[in-house]
Structures are given as structure tokens and as C-alpha cells.
Design a protein around this ligand. Sequence first.
Ligand code: MOS
Length: 716
Amino acid sequence: MTPAAFPERERVDAHDKVLGRTRYAADLPFPGLLYAMTVPATIARGTLAALPTAPALRVPGVVRVLTAADFPPPAAPAGGMPAPPTLTDEIAYRGQPVALVLAESLEAAIEGAEALEPVYAQQSFAPLIDSAGAARAPAEPVRAGDAGAALGAARATLQERYVSPAQHHNPIEMLSTTAVWADGMLTIHEGTQAAGPVRAGVARALGLDPAKIAVSSPYTGGAFGQKGGVQRQTAIVAQAAILTGRPVKLVMPRGQIFHNATFRPLSRHQVTLGATAERPLSVIRYDADHQQSRTGQFPPSYHESTRVCYDVPDYDGTSANVRIDTQDPGYMRAPHPHPAHFALESAIDELSYKLGRDPVALRLEVPATKDPVSGHPLSSCLLSDCLRVGAQRFGWDRRSAAPRSMRLADGTQVGWGVAGGAYPVNTTAAIATLRIGADGSTRFAVTGHEFGQGIRTVIAQLLQAELGIDASRLDIAIGDTRAAPQHTTAGSWGTNSVVPAVAKACERLKAAMAELLAGRPVEGGIHRQLAAVKRPFLQVEVSTLAAGQDPSALDRLRAGGFAKAGPEYPGYASHSYIAHFVEVRVEPRTRRVRVPRVVSVADCGRVVSPRTAASQVRGGVVMAIGSALREETEVDPRYGGWLNADLADYVVPVNADIGDIEVEFIDRPDPLTNAIGTKGLGEVSMVGAAGAIANAVYHATGIRVRKMPIRIEDLL
Ligand code: MOS
């Protein structure tokens, strides 16, 4: 039986945010604050031959210039992971910071940074994925069945190549670090998704005891993966605070963010599909590679979700890193599934035309029930429900099948496209403390970060539902190593990992309360009951593990290590799903593409906070519109580095680019993931949407564009 839907509630932090009361890391005032500015390398590869600091020190207000000499030598890699970078004389990419200027004012710091004239010894470099000097390194293949034999026996096959460009996230909150060194304790204030790993990473980079470091990020102003680890400037700024004994703040300028933040690497996807007489899709061979830095760790894991949307017993997945001279790429919303499903869902659309089949009907004919690689059943897969509900809401039955067959009176071409998507369900260990006061207060401290996705609202919703607490006096402490051990919040595991912790804490608290009342009937809510038995507060601490997770995950969590499980769990695999239906309009003369209407239907298990969940999906669709039609970071091969490193030239969608985005949820609890039945939503919301846009563009124009972004010149 499906439980009643959770009620629609407003975002708990909405008022403060709208009123500008929310303090982000860079907003915090500190007496005696020093302002910092980084000096970016102007070569793409080489070494720093000399860096005279006198020109900066002559600027009034500049107090110190940090160079590589101010840092310990890099720590040895641990567990295959290099220590977070500081300043070195080795230049690996254009824009890498070579010095940090500290001053009494921001203006002086900037002037000091601009006054420096580093002397470089340049070396040759490989700026592009197909440059001479690019080094291809294959990863482990992912295989099930015998794709070669299946393709040989197929009635129809399709092979195409798709390209997803390099892209940079641009959350509104810039990258920043404010570090305070006082009484032998280093406190780092930084918008992050990973307070615990930042603490562990800075300790490694600077040779400090992690117990002497605290990291605080109660609010993060947009993240999307860019803030998922130790940032390029974090340890540098921390060292500046230690060496000067004063609080130091760096807000990285947008132009430097392009060079120093992780980014979505360019990726290439060759997809081969086969159909038999019985099944319109039965086999996938898929080879992916992506742009990688020389020592980067972001894996080419393009095969996790592409094998669990449709029933394909024969799957052959290969992938590779292509190492060039760039900064480290990294996670950007739906990192692998977004480009992978752009390719897969475009290819399935192409196959549907080849077979003369409706693209929704084709997909409905081959629903996935298991992961072909592990052979494990899926905990739930309601992609077919998403497709059916979406088709109905969108009015898909009014679509005329032939490309170029729908147009408006003025000649505008109309296209309707569909695509599905999936994203792994991940879960992390969590530790939480719940304290209920007789005075009406509630404090909940837990592993997790709020970057606008709504994790606080999810927590508040459950605490109200389970305990009837006074929500107006609820304090939720997250993103702070002082409140609870902090893992990274990413991979759409935030809600999914915090929900079991809230559920378990509520259960424990109810048991403790029952023991306290010892059968006495006491009127009123939980706070009144405590007052009645003269207990100022009741507190419980709980820890939770993912299904089948070894308890050592809690130790890794406490140490700022990796404590994630999924999408493979004991005996099953788990993924979230979505279907997107998109209408595009292509103007007859300018060939400009508009997206007036999208219907997205998601299967993320149980929806705990309907309002923030719908907002997540809208955000994912907006990001996909940006990806499909606007965003690409370009390299000038003569110099390396990024050419369009600002928001004037890196074009993102604006309000006028976005039409109606209707969101609906299947809202059926997953029977296996956790007590509430959540899966995950933040990233699946984007997956497939770019493919649906490309498919709609084809339906409108008859032109198949196999790369993002789709531009006017592609449709002339
Ligand atoms: Mo997400 S790209 O895992 O923050």
C-alpha cells in the first residue's frame, strides 16, 4: 500500500534567504581580517623560474606574499589519492595559482597580485583531447552477456558518435575560503559540500593534526559538485592564516574559478544499438572517453546508469581517460549520466525512426528489471510509469510522428521529443544527535550539507511528522565538523542518507520518552510532556549505515574519508528514474531554438518534501537546457587554458530562455532502500533532458545534432 503523500511545506530557510539574512561563508566579519588574492600562472605548463615579491610588497597595504617556499613539500599519495595542492613551482595548467598576496584591503591585494611579474620556464603542452601528447588510459570494461554475438544476430543496428563539451559550473556563490587561526585551532569557513573531507585534506596538505581543524559551512550558495572536495585555494588560505596569525579571506574571482575549479570534461560517446525481431532494443555497445588532467582522479564511469533503464542482457561498456594539460576535471551535476544518457537516448530515438516505432512505445516495450552486470534485481524501477504519466500530461498522442510535420502559422517548426534517464541510488553512513527541550526547542545535528537542495526542509518535515515538534524553534546543524562528523554531500545521497538518521533518532526518542512517562498519561505535545515530567531536555545520538555497509564506514566518516554505498547493495541494485517530454520551437529565419514546455516525471521513491523536490527537478531541467543549447567552455590551443572564462562569454540560460516546466512524481516508496523508501533526486532530474531536447530538435527540423550545445549554425 502506498502511504499518504507528505504535505507541501515551504522551504524552512526560505524567509531568511529572501530577506538576505542567511550568512554565507564569505559574509562573516572578522576583526583584523586580511584580504587575499591569488596570482594565476600565464603559461600552460612549465616551471616558475623566479618570483620576485618586492613589486607587490611596495603596494601600500600589502603585508605579505606567499609562494611555494611557504608550504611543506606535497604529502605522499594516500590510498591512491594525492594530497590537496598548495603552491608549487611546477605549473600544470594555465591559471594555476603561483602566489597569494595578503593585504589590509581587497583593492591592495588585487593591486599587489597584478604588480607581480613571475618568470616562467615554459614547456610544451597538450591543450586538447586530440592534441599530440594526449595520453589515452583505458579503464576497466563493464560487460554483461555477449554484445558481439548479439549485434551479429541483430535485425537492425545503429552506430553513432555523440560529443558532450567541457562545461563549468557557475553557482551564484563564488569559491571562497576564510581561515581563522586562534589558540592553536584552525577554523575554515567555506561554502562546501564536504566539511569533513576538507578538514582531512587540509590536515594532509599542511601536515596538521585534523583534531586542530574545524570546517564550517552551514549554508552553501549552490554547489553542483564544484564544492565537493578540498578547493584549490583552501589549504593555501589556511596556511596564510597560520603564518600571519590573522584571519584571511579569499573570494576567488569568477575568471579564476574557470581555471581552478573542477569542471565537466569534454566526453565522446560511441553508441551501438541492436534490435531483434522480438525486441526493439536488446543490446548496447558503448565506448566513452573523456578529457582528463595528468594526475586527475575523476573516473570515466559512464556505465553505471546506462545499463539499468532498459532490458539489455548484452552490454559491452568500455571507457578511457585521455590525459592532457588542464586542471583536474570533476563532478558536475549528473556527472556521467547526463552526457551518457544524452548519447544513449539520442541513439534510441534514432533507432526508433529506423524501426518506424514511436519512441515512447519502444521504450515501454523493454523495461529494465535487473542490472545485467551484477544480475541483481532493481529495488524499484518505475521508468515505465514515468513515461506513461508524462506522455499523458504532455499530450503525446497528439504528436504527428514524421519529422518536420508540426509547425505554427508563421512557419515556426515545432518538435516533440522524449527521453528517459537514471541515476544511481547512493547512501552514506550518518551520525546524528537529536535534542528536544521542554522549552519548545529542538536541535538536530547531523552529517549533511545544505546547498539549496532542501535537506533542512526534509529533516524538518520528518521531525514534525514523527514527533510533532515545534518547527518554529527548530535548529538544524549541518555542514559543520563541530556539530557532527561530516561526509561529502553529493551523488544525490543527501536526503537518502539523512532520512534514515532522522527516522532512527525519532524512534529512539519516542522510546526514551515512553520510558520516561512510564505509562502516565500526559496531555499535549512532546515539549509539554517533557515539562510535565520536569525534564529540561531529552537527547539521543544515533548512527546509521547503508544497507549491508560495514560498520568501519562510521570510522571513515569520522576521519573525513569516503563512506558511500550503492548503487549495488546486498542482493539488489538501486537507481532513480525520470522521463522528460520536451517541446521545442525553431524560428524559421533565425533558427533560434526555444523550449516553451517541458514535462518531467520522476521516480525517486518517496517524496519527503514536495516543494523542494519539484524545485530540484526544475533546476535540473534548466541546467539541461543550458547544456543542450548554450554552455561550452572553449580552449585556445595556442595558449592552453579557457578562452571564455566569464559569464559574458560562457552563456547560460536566463529567465527568458525558460518556459513551463511541469514536474510530477510517481511518489511510491522503494521497498528496500530505507525505512521511508526514498531514493535520490538532485541529479536524476537532469539526466536525459538534454537528449529529449536534441530529439525534439530532430523532430522539428529533421536535423540530427549529435553534440552539445546545439547552436543556430547547426540548424541552418
Ligand atoms: Mo554532485 S555532481 O555528485 O555534487
